[in-house]
Design a protein around this ligand. Structure first.
Ligand code: IYR
Length: 222
């Protein structure tokens, strides 16, 4: 059967102006509670929650609706250990000379270093891949558009969805990340975009004393 090109918009939410104001404020108050967490408890939780959050991320807009993303959830301890080893190898080079003094200075406030125990002890790692191109049913290459923007949007939605159910995250980007293709057996059209660590903050964990720019600083009305 031939599918119609367009269909009537249904189920799009509609609120009164008062409800819109209330929802916008409540959402912003809740999102401002998000913190990047570097120390995790090893407490487990049902993977179903992550799958639901990835389903939310998959609803994101993307260039020509190509949905150029793939998410690998890693819960296997041995695989997490391999990822930690691969990442720490890159990070040792980064902190041991590859990074500029200016970059290291900018990072001082976070007290980060080449040690990444959270990659092994957090309950889940979500490895996000950017599909540089795709394949049709016959195996021919298909062009993807605005892949970086699309995957960036989906990643933002995923972080927000995880925060919405009380899960902490860390966006981690060892560089280069091609060791992830090998460990996770992903094809060459997929480029690792970032590692999203998720779980519950370790009891008593401390976070850097940083602030976000105000609305006047980040927004101009013309
Ligand atoms: N990837 C390194 C360094 C690092 C870089 C930036 I930019 C950060 O915001 C945080 C860390 C690491 O994870 O330690």
């Amino acid at each position: 059967m031939n599918k119609e090109k367009f269909t009537e918009l249904k189920n799009f939410p509609k609120f009164s102006i008062d409800e819109m104001k209330k929802r916008s404020l409540e959402f912003s108050d809740y999102l401002k509670k998000r913190r990047t967490i570097r120390e995790y408890s090893s407490l487990d939780f049902p993977i179903e929650i992550i799958l639901n959050c990835i389903d939310s991320a998959g609803s994101s807009p993307s260039g020509a609706n190509m949905q150029p993303w793939h998410f690998v959830i890693v819960k296997d301890t041995a695989v997490k250990k391999k990822i930690r080893e691969g990442a720490e190898k890159e990070e040792r080079e980064f902190y041991g000379g590859k990074a500029s003094d200016e970059w290291l200075e900018a990072l001082e406030q976070f007290e980060t270093n080449a040690e990444k125990p959270f990659l092994e002890y957090a309950p889940y790692l979500i490895i996000i891949f950017e599909e540089k191109y795709g394949f049709d049913k016959e195996g021919n290459k298909i062009k993807h558009y605005y892949t970086k923007e699309s995957v960036g949007i989906a990643t933002g939605v995923l972080i927000t969805a995880l925060h919405n159910c009380g899960l902490a995250t860390l966006t981690h980007t060892p560089s280069p990340m091609n060791f992830l293709n090998e460990i996770l057996n992903r094809p060459e059209n997929e480029k690792p975009y970032l590692i999203l660590v998720t779980g519950f903050p370790k009891e008593g964990t401390r976070v850097p004393n940083i602030s976000k720019k105000s609305i006047d600083e980040i927004c101009t009305i013309i």
